[in-house]
Write a protein that binds this ligand. Structure first.
Ligand code: ADE
Length: 373
């Protein structure tokens, strides 16, 4: 790089300040040791939309069970989802499996270093393309994510909206010209750490920032005004009644469709809307012959609540309210636990599959219904 013009000098100053800071302060994260292209791909897929602290738990387990593209390609989707259970955004797990199949079929089981080939793999988009090529193969290509956009918008006081394609293009161009040829992976990872530790969305720690002398937003005292904020739309809300139905000791579950929200994951019986226990009873009577349930014997117990149970012994117990926020949707839920006798198992088929407690434990469930699991 020629350092004769002032803009070039400033550029070199940014990358050298950032890299010196990174070498002193970088986080010791498991995917930074014994790095391979495959382990980079897995960790980057997990880290998209998920906090580092959460990924620390999942990453070693996943890598132990699926140590290479071939083991991942051969696994069932249900098993891959089980190892992903609780991480959310499950299309990432399904895409990893599809991507592994593609890598085995087209690249002999090894992720290619050429960015133009990486981007052909299902589930690998521009960010992951840049992250894998630069971190694992030292290819000089940007890995532009939300952290990177925030940092660059502040550095240059750019009032851009992060989610817009034009913002991505502008930041990509700027990062490309700052990337040092001899340490592109470190530069990209330094931006990730700077965005997580210092240049945070709220209350950035500018005094500790290695780039504050070059940061236009800091010099203007307007760090939190950049990037620009998008007008927020109200997130739609849905109400659901979740039924954990036991028939004998088995539990009724259903696999969600292969496409759409929480695709391929298991769920409990879910009725749209928030239902009272008598509405739940009416729903159950459409699927089960409740008249065959044993009736309570009010003459025998003499207990005070015998009147309440004088019809039959159907046990519908509320198990609480809960909420789950997806990226684009909120669920309000009310749960009930229901115990039906084992002889009604055949009638459960219209609602789902009755599975043993052991099988139940092995299935991957949507974390949205974690409260009732
Ligand atoms: N977020 C996304 N990728 C990351 C990485 N490699 N290290 C730390 N945080 C990240």
């Amino acid at each position: 790089m020629a350092l004769s013009d002032p803009a070039q000098k400033e550029l070199a100053a940014i990358s050298s300040s950032l890299l010196s800071w990174f070498y002193e302060n970088r986080r010791d994260l498991p995917w930074r040791f014994a790095r391979t292209p495959y382990s980079t791909w897995i960790s980057e897929a997990m880290l998209q939309q998920t906090r580092v602290a959460t990924v620390l738990d999942y990453y070693p387990r996943f890598l132990k069970r699926f140590p290479d593209p071939s083991s991942l390609a051969k696994a069932t989707e249900d098993e891959v989802l089980k190892f992903w259970e609780g991480l959310g955004y499950y299309s990432r797990a399904r895409n990893l499996k599809r991507g592994a199949e593609y890598i085995c079929e087209h690249f002999g089981g090894t992720l290619p270093s050429d960015p133009d080939l990486l981007i052909t793999i299902p589930g690998i988009g521009p960010y992951m393309q840049g992250a894998i090529a630069s971190l694992a193969y030292d290819v000089a290509i940007p890995a532009v994510d939300g952290n990177c956009i925030r940092i660059y918008c502040r550095l240059h006081s750019l009032p851009l909206v992060p989610s817009e394609q034009s913002t991505y293009k502008e930041i990509y161009k700027r990062v490309s010209s700052d990337l040092p040829e001899d340490a592109p992976g470190d530069f990209n990872e330094a931006l990730m750490d700077l965005g997580s530790l210092i240049c945070t969305p709220r209350s950035p720690k500018c005094d500790a920032c290695p780039l504050h002398a070059n940061c236009s937003a800091y010099l203007l005292g307007k760090q939190e005004d950049f990037p620009a904020k998008k007008e927020k739309k109200e997130t739609p809300t849905e109400d659901h009644t979740i039924l954990k139905i036991y028939v004998g000791n088995k539990i009724i579950v259903k696999k969600r469709p292969a496409r759409g929200l929480l695709a391929g994951l298991y769920e409990l019986v879910d009725i749209p809307g928030i239902k009272t226990s008598s509405e739940v009873r009416a729903f159950l009577s459409e699927h089960f012959s409740l008249e065959s349930l044993p009736k309570s014997d009010s003459t025998k117990s003499g207990s005070e609540d015998s009147y309440e149970h004088s019809k039959d012994l159907l046990d519908i117990r509320p198990i609480g309210k809960s909420r789950h926020v997806f990226s684009h949707l909120k669920w309000n839920m009310l749960g009930y636990e229901i115990h039906l006798p084992a002889f009604l198992e055949k009638e459960a088929a219209s609602l789902g599959e009755a599975v043993s407690p052991r099988k139940y434990k092995s299935l991957a469930f949507a974390s949205a219904i974690r409260a009732y699991r």
